[in-house]
Design a protein around this ligand. Structure first.
Ligand SMILES: [Zn+2]
Length: 129
């Protein structure tokens, strides 16, 4: 199990994370078969350094957009002002949203990915192109 992104997409996510500081940022990763083709930045309505929430209408808009482009939501991205490990809250929401969760650390400048299928485990981040 892995998630594939281009180096350019990872740079864009890192810059989304930096722009949101000191708060967490979030985005949907759309694509097919674990390969990201579109990044949809979302607004973190928590405006928090320890959590993120997406406004329900924006969430529905993202699902509509994905459907109109015939893309899947292959991942949920968010950033941490801490190491890129899922928090207790993340783990709870990962259970409800069993897609790949990609986390960027604003302190370590690294990406890590996880999925919850019965248990939380790490997913490889493959950089293409
Ligand atoms: Zn988190």
């Amino acid at each position: 199990m892995e998630i594939s992104l281009t180096a350019g997409q990872l740079e864009r996510l890192a810059s989304i994370a930096k722009d949101a500081l000191p708060n967490e940022s979030c985005a949907f990763l759309l694509g097919e078969d674990g390969t990201v083709t579109e990044i949809l930045p979302m607004r973190n309505i928590d405006e928090s350094q320890v959590s993120f929430s997406i406004e329900p209408r924006e969430l529905l808009g993202a699902y509509d957009f994905a459907e109109s482009k015939k893309l899947q939501i292959v991942g949920i991205f968010h950033s941490h002002p801490a190491p890129p490990a899922p928090s207790g809250t993340d783990r709870k929401f990962m259970e409800i949203n069993p897609v790949v969760w990609l986390i960027y650390s604003n302190t370590e400048h690294t990406f890590k990915a996880y999925i919850n299928d019965n248990e939380v485990r790490e997913v490889a981040v493959r950089i293409t192109g």
